[in-house]
Design a protein around this ligand. Sequence first.
Ligand code: ZN
Ligand code: ZN
Ligand code: ZN
Length: 374
Amino acid sequence: MSHVHGGTELYPASRIRDVAAATGAAGLAALLLTPGPDLRYVTGYDAHESERLTCLVLPADGDPILVVPRLELPKALASPAGQLNLELVGWEETDDPYAVVARRLGAAAAVGLADRMWALMVLRLRAALPGARQELASTALRDLRARKSPAEIAALREAAVAIDRVHAQVPDWLRPGRTEAEVAADIAVAIRAQGHATADFAIVASGPNGASPHHTASDRVLQRGDTVVVDIGGTMPSGYCSDCTRTYAIGAPPADVTGYYPVLRDAQEAAFAAVRPGVLAEAVDAAARDPINAAGYGEFFVHRTGHGIGLETHEEPYIVAGNEEELEPGHAFSIEPGIYPGPSGARIEDIVVCTADGCERLNQVSRELIVVPA
Ligand code: ZN
Ligand code: ZN
Ligand code: ZN
C-alpha cells in the first residue's frame, strides 16, 4: 500500500510563487497566514494554533518570512516549511511579533488574512498595520485551493479508501441494545486505525434521530427496525480529509424508507452524471433535487447537495443553488443528497473529483441501504 505523505509533491516549493502571483492579482500587498489550512496549503507546516503568533508573511513582491515563536523554531524547521526557500524569524517571549510583521510590510495598503485567523490576531494586526485594509486570504487562495493537483487528488483518494474500510466494519457495531454513542466510539477508534491522523466526526443518527441531518450521537439505544444514518470522517497524515455517509437498517427496514431510498439513490446518481467541466455548481444541486422533487419528497431535502473538501472538510466549491461557479477539472466535493421526512431519514454521501470529461468517485463502498441482521 502506498501512502501519501506531506512531501514535496503534495506541498511543492513552487506554490509560494503561485500564491504570491495570486496575491498580487487579488490587489493585496501580502498574505498573513496564521496556523490553519491556509498556512498548511502554502507551506506544508501543520502548526498548532496558539496565542503565540506564528505567521507567514507572504508579499506579492519580495521574499516571504515565517515569524515563529523561538521555542517552536525546531518544529517549524523540521516541517516541510523548513525545505522551502523561506526565512524563519524566531521571536523571544519578550518581543512583539506584531511589530516584526509590521516592519516587514511597511506601508501595505491591503493584506489578506487567513480565513480562520483568531480575532485576537486580526485586531492586533489591525493595530500594528493601521494603514492596511484587511481582506480574507481566500480572495487570493480560493481558486488555487479549490483546483486540486494530482498529488492532492491522490491524497483525497487515500482518505476515501480509508473511510470506506471503516464503513465496511460498521455493520458489526450496529446491534440492538447498544447506544449511538458506543457505536460512535468504535467508529472513532477505527477511523484512526485505518490510517487517519485524527477522527473528526462520527454522526450515528438512529431511528427518529435520522431525520436530523446534523445529529451527532446520543445515548439512544439502537432497536430492531431502526434505520441509522452514519456520516463519518477524519484527517489523514497528509492533511487531507475524508467524509462519507451510508444509511443502514437494523433488521427489515420500515416501509417508508424502502419507499424513498430508491429515490435518494437516483438523486445521487443524477448528480454524479451531471458533473463535468463547465457545468455550474448549482446545476449539480438541481440534478440531485429533480428526482426528489418529482417523487414528492422535495420539502424533506433540507440542505445543499455538497461541499468542497481538501485540507478542510467543508471548503469551496459549495454545491448549492445560487452558486453559478463553473466546475473545473480538479474540483473535489461531496455529493450527499438526503431525504428526512421523519420519523426516519436517509443520506448517501460520496466524495468526487471533476475530471477532464466527467467525474471520478473516490468512495467505492456500496451505496445501497445496508441491512444488518438484527
Ligand atoms: Zn454536513
Ligand atoms: Zn458527511
Ligand atoms: Zn459532507
